[in-house]
Design a protein around this ligand. Structure first.
Ligand code: FAD
Length: 317
């Protein structure tokens, strides 16, 4: 079933969902599923699976020269989706990115998903390669998520890149990313919102937000979206803080601000065990407020852990 159908069917009652990350190449996929198994108690109708492009890794050549070689450290998005559907009987929402793909490769990738019976995708541009700093599409690939949304919509209408005759259509419900605290490359909120609106006008049916810790940022974002005429569901993305290090790491990676009171509470902790408790308590309050606001789904970024999410979900659902 499609994400939007689940939301409609829930009739105003908030759903629980999660995002998982494929394991590092060579690590156990069973361990990943065992980790998230306790979260199935909250009956997520769908689970997102991230996609990771290749990164340039430095390797020493036998001659002594250091070479940079492209390596995908977390392959397996499609396989993880297949196994996830089989083991937990949930719908998988694979992330599909522009980076590292030509349009033809995207078409093939989307057919792999279609043949598996997948009918939801989260369409993204992808981050710039760490070494490059700015996003560069692969030659013959898409530069923005808007273009990838258009390709998926074309495929949903049976229009392929090189076929003259109409093809067997795919049936993807398209989600896209939104940024309550603005995408880091956007010059301002209104410019960012202009392109978000374009993604929706082109065919995106719902938005999932970047993680945030200050609900007011989400409320303001929803208000701005509605004022711009963006009417699709806006699913908040959530992550319980669990280590002191995350106070510096998460803002650097995800370009977000922590509320002052959370920073003070985490700084006062003597161990990460205490930070985890603070994160859970904060998460419970954050989720209760979001539920009062009427969010369609509480969507958790699990990042390979489930204990904090489980305790938060137990307290709020
Ligand atoms: P876009 O919508 O293309 O926007 C990128 C920037 O360009 C923005 O600043 C926007 O304002 C601007 N812009 C957009 N369209 C245009 C246009 N037509 N012309 C000019 N400017 C434009 N990354 C991964 O690699 N794998 C994942 O699995 C993954 N999952 C994610 C899940 C969520 C919920 C979120 C929020 C992010 C995820 N990301 C993932 C990260 C994402 O790829 C990055 O944030 C990326 O930098 C932007 O992606 P986007 O789809 O928002 O890009």
């Amino acid at each position: 079933m499609k994400v939007t159908e689940y939301i409609q069917q829930a009739n105003g009652k908030a759903l629980f969902s999660l995002e998982i990350i494929p394991p590092l190449k060579g690590q156990s996929v069973t361990e990943l599923f065992d980790t998230i198994e306790p979260l199935m108690e909250f009956k997520p109708p769908f689970v997102d699976v991230t996609y990771h492009r290749e990164e340039l890794i430095e390797k020493r050549h036998p001659s002594g020269l250091i070479q940079k070689v492209p390596v995908r450290r977390r392959p397996g998005t499609v396989g993880v989706c297949a196994k996830l559907m089989e083991r937990f009987k949930v719908d998988a929402v694979p992330h599909v990115i522009c980076g590292g793909f030509t349009k033809d490769e995207t078409e093939d990738f989307l057919y792999d998903l279609h043949y598996l019976g997948i009918n939801n995708v989260l369409v993204l541009r992808g981050d710039p390669e760490k070494s490059a700093g700015v996003f560069k599409p692969k030659e013959g690939g898409h530069a923005y998520a808007t273009e990838l949304v258009e390709q998926v919509v074309d495929m949903n209408h049976g229009r392929l890149l090189h076929e003259e005759t109409e093809a067997q259509p795919t049936n993807f419900c398209i989600g896209v990313a939104g940024y309550p605290e603005k995408h880091f490359e956007a010059p301002n909120h209104s410019n960012d919102l202009r392109y978000l609106k374009k993604k929706v006008e082109l065919g995106a049916e719902y938005i999932v937000t970047q993680m945030f810790f200050d609900n007011q940022k989400y409320f303001d974002f929803v208000k701005r979206c509605r004022e711009e005429g963006i009417t699709v569901p806006i699913i908040p993305g959530l992550k319980p803080i669990s280590t002191k290090k995350q106070l510096t790491v998460l803002p650097r990676i995800f370009h977000l601000d922590f509320p002052e009171e959370l920073v003070h509470a985490v700084e006062a902790c003597k161990s990460d065990k205490e930070v985890r408790e603070v994160g859970i308590e904060f998460g419970i309050q954050q989720c209760k407020e979001l539920l009062d606001f009427g969010v369609p789904v509480l969507h958790f970024y699990t990042m390979g852990k489930s204990d904090s999410v489980q305790r938060i979900a137990r307290a709020v659902f």
